[in-house]
Design a protein around this ligand. Structure first.
Ligand code: GDP
Length: 457
């Protein structure tokens, strides 16, 4: 028998309400031991499922909190098990006392992600959907939220299932033909299979292609701001941040003062690297050295190169312009409020990248910059009509494996190999795609995935 688990599912900070969630076979026993209705008559074990009840939580004879209790019987619950949610007052101490009372009366503390893990193990959702739960919680912008919600509703699952259905049909066909050659002929079949492999591989490749957009949607476009001292980098950064709520995070395991900052422009996130370098020394190149700057520029999805248009170009600029080769970059022709020393056309000619006139001081040109970024990365608009985005690295790896297996099937067909060779690799492709849904993945991997979840989810 699975244990009955409980945890605080809301943030551990003082707030209006806090939610304690209990899930498992004994959930109703636990709540019936600690809940009392206002009049004291209601028997919580006998109320209909999916109903809400006002009352009190008692630890023995001690009143702990005034609450609302949600009663949800299996199987129509998030975890697929009997579930109780207690809405209590959201003070950190109040929530902890209610949780302690629940734990004293027959529940065990849940591990991070354990509710969602149970939902997966009980077949309430596949692994791609369970992973989407975490992505929804962590979404940093509108598009990330939308694509995670689509995945939660089964968009990835459906795309994968469609491909697998075709593959399993042909695996079964080959097997039956080999078992019963008298009745099922494989004459001309390889040609037919080649067409199927082509089509399904096209679909796999299409999904794989969305993964770079998917990653940028989810994690933000990795952006580096370059420019010589006094060009206006920190003014630009402040302007972008000032207009938007920015989230500042330390990059784990790197130099103490390398910071990344998220800026959201019309639903697209820019993850701006090393903002500390820009702010503290006024010059990223001076602080970290040309080599590091070049390395960062190499890694970035996007380079914003800020040019002070009121002074002539110098060797600093030449050095930076070199870093832009082969990269996505936007030249920000800054200080347009001053007398120009350089013409924007020259910059365009020298670098081949789009040039946008701005004035960080007068806060001009930012809308044009946003439009340019959207154009550059998402062809103007991100269309979510029926596009499925692969945002998860694990899904991407499984798709790549499937792609390789389909290559092998194609090779075998083209080399005129016997049919049983086809089905081995078709099966590999089928199983690799199945990993996305959580089929035949080991317990270790499942534990690892869910351990990254937050407490109470
Ligand atoms: P950084 O060294 O590249 O980070 O440059 P800063 O952002 O610190 O800017 C250097 C100087 O240029 C500061 O005095 C800013 O106020 C000024 N500055 C930045 N942008 C503009 C602009 O668009 N117009 C004018 N006139 N001055 C600007």
């Amino acid at each position: 028998m699975e244990t009955t688990i409980a945890a605080i599912s809301t943030a551990m900070s003082a707030s209006g309400i806090g939610i304690i969630r209990i899930s498992g076979e004994n959930a109703m026993d636990v709540i019936s031991r600690i809940y009392r209705s206002k009049g004291g008559k209601k028997k919580i074990k006998e109320v209909p499922t999916h109903t809400i009840h006002y009352g009190y939580i008692y630890d023995g004879e001690e009143l702990i909190d005034e609450v609302l209790v949600m009663i949800m019987h299996a199987p129509r619950t998030f975890t697929g098990e009997d579930t109780v949610e207690i809405d209590c007052h959201g003070g950190v101490y109040a929530m902890q006392r209610v949780l302690d009372t629940v734990l004293k009366n027959g529940a065990e503390i849940a591990e991070p992600g354990e509710f969602t893990k149970r939902a997966f193990l009980n077949g309430r959702m596949d692994l791609s959907q369970a992973e989407a739960v975490m992505d929804v919680i962590q979404a940093k912008n509108e598009y990330a939220l939308r694509s995670s919600m689509d995945q939660l509703r089964g968009s990835v699952q459906k795309a994968i299932r469609d491909i697998r259905e075709k593959l399993i049909y042909h695996i079964a066909y080959i097997e039956s033909a080999l078992d019963d050659p008298e009745h099922i002929s494989l004459d001309g079949y390889p040609q037919e299979l080649l067409e199927v492999v082509d089509n399904e591989q096209k679909e796999v490749k299409r999904l794989l292609k969305t993964s770079s957009d998917g990653k940028m949607i989810q994690e933000g476009i990795q952006t580096v701001i370059l420019g010589k001292p006094n060009a206006g980098k920190s003014s630009l950064l402040n302007l972008l941040i000032g207009e938007n709520r920015a989230i500042v995070t330390d990059i784990a395991g790197t130099t103490r003062d390398i910071l990344e900052e998220y800026i959201t422009l019309h639903g697209i996130s820019l993850k701006i690297i090393d903002t500390a370098g820009i702010r503290e020394t006024k010059d990223i190149v001076e602080k970290i050295g040309v080599d590091r700057a070049r390395e960062m520029a190499q890694k970035a999805d996007l380079i914003l190169y800020v040019v002070d248009s009121s002074v002539p170009l110098d060797e600093n600029d030449e050095e930076i312009m070199e870093m832009l080769t082969g990269k996505k970059a936007i030249i920000l022709y800054n200080k347009t409020d001053l007398q120009p020393e350089i013409q924007p056309e020259i910059l365009k000619e020298k670098t081949g990248h789009p040039v946008i006139p701005i004035s960080a001081k007068e806060e001009k040109g930012i809308t044009e910059l946003e439009e340019q970024i959207k154009d550059m990365f998402f062809g103007g608009e991100i269309s979510f009509n029926d596009e499925v985005y692969i945002t998860n690295a694990r899904h991407k790896a499984a798709l790549e494996e499937a792609d390789r297996s389909l290559d092998l099937v194609r090779n075998s067909i083209e080399m005129g190999m016997p049919e049983d060779f086809f089905s081995i690799d078709l099966m590999n492709a089928y199983e690799n795609l199945g990993k996305i849904l959580g089929e035949s993945v080991g317990e270790d991997l499942v534990n690892e995935i869910f351990s990254k979840f937050c407490m109470g989810k």
